[in-house]
Design a protein around this ligand. Structure first.
Ligand code: P6P
Length: 330
């Protein structure tokens, strides 16, 4: 038989961990393939956006009070469609929608909840900046499902799996299911995400910080002192800020450093959302040896109060996050 290259897809990689992960079942893989299919469709739309006349706003404001881009709607509808008929999905939670989508409202059928930000950073689309999809998977508690929201409002520590896709110079998917962080690159020639690197470890320290310095004077005093220190000769930090969370986080995962979105007068609870942005990225950061906090507590310990809760986020290399906390103890 010809010696063909081994192609490890996300689903195969996950199934090969059957022994270590109780969720490593073929039915969970069927759910994962809903995410990989949706993000491949989204990637193809993004790459041709300028030709398909789908750049620009959709002419409405979402539940977050943000102007919705046409590609936000396309990404959201694609994920809902691709995940909606997977059979084991009970609820879908999207940044774009006020309420959860109830796919299965009783019995064991809908044993999983998938939460996602369908297209994070979409305001950067017309500048051709990298954007991304972020997803989180929870187990649906065996309750009578009367209170849908109670099923959704679980701390991030209960995630079964989490990941993101960054639509950049190449389309890269990162995921964890509690046994390391693994990267896959979309090979357009075969239309599959192919394993690129297993067990990513975030460098424990790296003198790169990532924050929107324009708001510096509006941040808590401790954060301002940290930002003053990073610019000192002794500190020798560099600043990198793309303004697209998935891109800023992916760089931090690969090269180390710290990303900060602190509270401010404009955003007293920070801007980023807990359930489908901070939680999945915090799961990945910790699995890669990093850290994620809101300044007071571990992100994954936070008990959500509402579906679209926001949270301050300090995430990245352990030593770098701890350095921020030396200056800022809210
Ligand atoms: P600011 C994009 O709108 C986003 O939600 C994240 O992707 C990004 O990290 C953040 O907002 C950027 O916010 O206030 O710096 O423009």
């Amino acid at each position: 038989m010809r010696d063909l290259p081994t192609i490890t897809t996300v689903e195969r990689h996950f199934l090969e961990r059957k022994g270590r992960n109780p969720h490593a079942t073929t039915e969970f893989c069927w759910l994962l393939s809903g995410i990989t299919l949706a993000t491949k469709i989204i990637a193809s739309q993004i790459q041709r956006a300028g030709l398909l006349d789908i750049i620009g706003t959709a002419g409405r404001i979402n539940v977050q009070g943000e102007e919705v881009q046409q590609l936000d709607e396309i990404a959201n509808e694609t994920l809902v469609r691709c995940l909606g008929y997977r059979g084991n999905v009970g609820l879908l939670v999207s940044e774009e929608d006020d309420e959860p989508h109830v796919i299965k409202d009783s019995g064991d059928g809908g044993k999983y909840i998938v939460l996602f930000d369908p297209l994070d950073g979409s305001s950067n689309i017309n500048a051709n900046v990298s954007i991304g999809t972020i997803f989180s998977i929870l187990h649906r508690p065996k309750t009578n499902h009367a209170d849908v929201l109670a099923d959704v409002l679980q701390p991030g520590d209960r995630q079964v799996a989490a990941g993101y896709v960054v639509y950049g110079s190449s389309t890269v998917l990162a995921y964890t299911a509690g046994h390391g962080v693994h990267l896959f690159t979309l090979d357009p020639s075969i239309g599959a995400f192919v394993l690129a690197k297993e067990n990513i470890q975030m460098p424990s320290a790296s003198r790169t910080y990532s924050v929107n310095e324009a708001y510096a004077r509006d941040f808590p005093e401790g954060i301002q002192r940290y930002l003053d220190w990073t610019k000192s000769k002794e500190a020798g930090y560099t600043l990198r800020y793309i303004g697209s969370l998935v891109a800023d986080f992916h760089r931090t995962l690969i090269r180390g450093g710290v990303f900060l979105y602190p509270p401010s007068h404009k955003s007293p609870e920070g801007k980023l959302r807990l359930l489908y942005e901070a939680n999945p990225l915090a799961f990945i950061a910790e699995q890669a040896g990093g850290m994620a906090t809101d300044g007071r507590q571990r992100i994954l310990d936070k008990q959500p109060k509402a579906m679209h809760d926001r949270t301050p986020l300090i995430i990245g290399s352990k030593d770098e996050v701890e350095r921020v906390l030396e200056f800022w103890q809210p």
